[in-house]
Design a protein around this ligand. Structure first.
Ligand code: NAD
Length: 520
């Protein structure tokens, strides 16, 4: 493969995504290496969350279009699978380079469609880029196993082979990182792919398709369809799709897991969360408060690993006024504005839902010590879906603001007397995505890491998302499936093991008795 690298070819983010026809910008499908206008009559209007101005119209792809995407992926699979592993590795080297060169353009599209601040959007790209970088280790990651002489003249060895056509369904909150958890690893293992990004912010995925093409991913090896339930049902039912990676809400995750596995597919489903941060009275106060506030309100709380629930142990509850004071200092603004700490929520409906959950806390007896519902953001953002940092204290485990994932800039706080009580509280919560403890006691930290039943644990680290040499190991109600995303498990998910047992003998084996019994 030969490439002509052109840095900054993706400078016009909007053009990469929309390639507008007429006055209404439309997002294209990406099928067999081409951006194509959908023939559908069903479109989803997509608004800038900071202004509620129309950004693009996203098609709900027709059955024919979705089938064409799978046809393309199926047609190129055999060739792509047989491409040498070092060629696939070179494509990924190229892709990581192109993404790195264009981080700021990708970030602009993310901020436009999703609302998060530009700096945070760059982090969104960077965390996905790290998975592409990791995929460049495929020459080691995809190694099989061998054992010689399992019996006389007989050897056994395994290959990790690609599955075929795989598919990915992604949420709105990480428009670059989560697609990058999926298609690069699937491709580098020799699979082909159909992406179904969130209909709320597909722009980053479309730019990534251009970059994948530029990097040398062959036409058809990766495709993008758009839509909502119908497109997801298509993916779950299409017999040629062998595996589905899903990240999003509980409701959809369980549905895809059930429908996909019922159709014999591999499914990995990362879902919702309620992440607790324990604050011990012996913690470094400044560090704990700073990290807690950043992790609760960053990205307006729209992170599956947001630290949305603080559990103050003993006297640590006296720090709550300082948490409030710190949260008050955060600047709510359009994501492109300098100094913005948090941007808007994704839609007006999401804003309404978050405000309703805050109100439910008040009505159920919690204390609203910081109310961001009436936050005013001016200079052009009056119509945006903004909610300022909000804190509900004295929350009890039976309150709706505790039992539901809020997915907004709301910190709920609970008070307990002991570490044991805090552990019991967290282990009684159905979710197991992430948790953190802030302490200066090694013994407390060790007890916590041993006894807590949550898949990703931070010790003085608020959002312990593992780097891609590890895997994203959310557990319990936050995950359905057997094999997690990225890292070694990601390679396992996108490959199946073929085991060869071979007999090569120098002398003629002869024609002894016909072996009708198992060897004893
Ligand atoms: P969502 O479930 O609404 O959407 C995710 C995908 O499912 C989208 O592509 C969407 O088009 C599709 N979809 C929506 N409704 C559907 C339906 N009825 N049938 C079939 N498909 C449907 O999730 P979201 O609001 O985009 O994302 C937020 C959620 O994702 C939160 O719960 C968050 O915790 C979770 N999340 C989890 C992780 C993780 O790794 N555990 C990471 C990011 C986000």
């Amino acid at each position: 493969l030969r490439f002509a690298l052109k840095p900054k070819v993706f400078a016009s983010a909007a053009a990469a995504r929309c390639m507008s026809s007429g006055n209404t910008p439309t997002t294209k499908l990406f099928i067999n290496g081409k951006f194509v206008e959908s023939k559908t009559n069903k479109w989803v209007d997509n608004f800038n969350p900071a202004t509620n101005e129309l950004v693009t119209r996203v098609p709900c792809a027709t059955q024919e279009e979705m089938k064409a995407a799978v046809d393309a992926a199926q047609a190129v699979f055999k060739d792509w699978k047989e491409t040498s592993v070092m060629t696939r590795q070179q494509v990924m080297f190229r892709l990581q380079h192109i993404i790195r060169e264009n981080i700021s353009d990708l970030a602009k599209v993310i901020t436009l469609e999703q609302g998060k601040t530009l700096a945070d959007a760059e982090g969104d790209v960077l965390r996905g880029l790290q998975v592409v970088e990791h995929s460049c280790s495929i020459t080691s990651l995809q190694l099989g196993e061998t054992l010689g002489s399992v019996t006389k003249d007989m050897d056994t060895y395994t290959y990790r082979e690609p599955l075929g056509v795989c598919a990915g369904v992604t949420p709105f909150n990480f428009p670059a990182m989560i697609p990058l958890w999926m298609f690069p690893l699937a491709l580098v293992c020799g699979n082909t792919f159909v992406m179904k990004p969130s209909e709320l912010d597909p722009g980053a995925t479309m730019m990534l398709m251009e970059m994948a093409k530029e990097a040398g991913v062959p036409d058809g090896a990766v495709n993008v369809i758009h839509g909502q339930k119908e497109s997801v049902d298509f993916i779950c039912d299409e017999p040629r799709i062998r595996a589905i990676s899903f990240v999003g809400s509980d409701r959809v995750g369980k549905y895809i897991y059930e429908r996909g596995t019922a159709n014999g597919k591999r499914v990995q489903s990362n879902m919702g969360a309620k992440n607790h941060g324990i604050v011990m009275p012996d913690a470094n106060k400044e560090h704990a408060i700073n990290q807690l506030v950043g992790a609760a309100f960053g990205a307006a709380g729209q992170r599956c690993m947001a630290l949305s629930t603080a559990v103050f142990v003993g006297e640590a509850k006296e720090w709550i006024p300082e948490v409030v004071a710190k949260a008050k200092k955060l600047k709510v603004d359009g994501g492109t504005e300098k100094g913005a700490d948090l941007g808007p929520l994704i839609t007006p409906e999401a804003k309404q839902r978050v405000c309703d959950l805050i109100q439910s806390g008040v009505e159920e007896g919690a204390s609203l010590v910081l109310d961001g519902r009436d936050v005013k953001v001016d200079s052009g953002y009056e119509k945006g879906n903004f909610v300022g940092p909000s804190i509900l204290s004295e929350v009890k485990p039976n309150m709706k603001c505790y039992t539901e994932e809020i997915f907004g800039p709301v910190l709920v706080t609970l008070n307990v007397d002991t570490l044991d009580e805090a552990i019991e509280l967290i282990n009684s919560n159905p979710y197991g995505n992430g948790t953190a403890i802030f302490t200066n006691s090694g013994a407390a930290a060790r007890k916590f890491q041993n006894e807590i039943d949550v898949g990703q644990v931070g010790i003085n680290v608020p959002i312990p998302v593992p780097l891609p040499m590890f895997s994203f190991t959310g557990s319990r109600a936050s995950f359905q499936g057997d094999v997690n995303f990225y890292g070694k498990q990601g390679i396992q998910f996108y490959t199946q093991v073929k085991t060869i047992t071979s007999l090569w003998r120098q002398e003629d084996a002869g024609t002894g008795p016909t072996p009708t019994v198992m060897p004893t």
